[in-house]
Design a protein around this ligand. Sequence first.
Ligand SMILES: Nc1ncnc2c1ncn2[C@@H]1O[C@H](COP(=O)(O)OP(=O)(O)OP(=O)(O)O)[C@@H](O)[C@H]1O
Length: 361
Amino acid sequence: MNSLVSATAIETQPQAAAEEVVKLTDVKRRFGATPALDGISLTVKRGEILGIIGRSGAGKSTLIRCLNGLERADSGEILIEGRDITRLQEQDLQPLRRRIGMIFQHFNLLSAKTVEENVALPLKIEGVAKNERLKRAHELLDLVGLADKAKAYPSSLSGGQKQRVGIARALAARPALLLSDEATSALDPETTRSILALLRDINRKLGLTILLITHEMEVVRGIADRVAVIDAGRIAEEGQVWSVFANPQADITGSLLGSIRPQLPDHIARRLSVTTGSEAILSVDLAGPEAQGALFAELSAALPHSFRLVHGGIDHIQNQPVARFFIAVPTRDPALAGKVEQFLTARSARVEVLGYDTDHA
Ligand SMILES: Nc1ncnc2c1ncn2[C@@H]1O[C@H](COP(=O)(O)OP(=O)(O)OP(=O)(O)O)[C@@H](O)[C@H]1O
């Protein structure tokens, strides 16, 4: 299936004056004693993909509902293309909602309507003439690689195809912002990758701004420029994806990253002692040029026989190498682990002594 966007298949977005498509300042929303949003400030620049990640209950859905005006914030500002939606009356919210396209985990397609009717629906609501809205629907179906499914009904489509229809429908009214609410959570890994690739294509070719809410780091890794980690209604950490992956500051980020970063194998972790053992086990985190691998050759030359590689690897995120290794340093020379740590930290690595291996032969 062709997921690449034809630049001629769709007109580019209308230019708006504000460079920041979304700007939240100190947004708060409380449900009884629960502060669902507890002072959220963030911006999404035009053409940028921001991933917002958090665990269940972190406040993601409340944030989305406040952004599209379905929920009122208790305080704070929510600017969409420079207009504060917290100050608008319900009837004034309608035109602003049209600037926001949404895609959902369960696609939310109308089963009694054909694919082309689903895509054209936002334009029908706007009063666009039938031939014009069908023309637009066909352009968009072409864009998402589903030109041959225009007359099909959603029930005959796969999950990935349904989400492509959802994306086409979200783009029908030429939104300034695409809000993605767990849009790949119901899809298998391969289909997830193809949907993320399509969103990335649309972002690059059309300059579409995307705010993507997810609980999966893999999704953020695959598509986002920047990531904001949300925890208990607050932004725990924010930054460029490669930099947050390389050097997570908040505990919540470390645990969300757990499934996609190399971890010390369980059988070794289980036998670590905090005080003694034949080897010290160190984690070594690196990013940028130092992460290319030459560092360990240099360490070997400077301190021969000082370590062995236990586990780890080099990933590439936003074209930046990000590495995580686990090494074992013999404890027969009690000063050796300190020298190894000093050598590595002098070259910008983050080193942590995790414990001592009690069982290595
Ligand atoms: N209408 C509501 N009434 C009472 N409490 C609510 C309401 N909506 C959300 N909450 C509470 O606010 C907090 C944030 O909920 P929210 O649904 O925004 O989290 P989430 O990150 O989207 O979680 P999930 O990934 O499970 O959907 C939770 O503690 C939730 O119980």
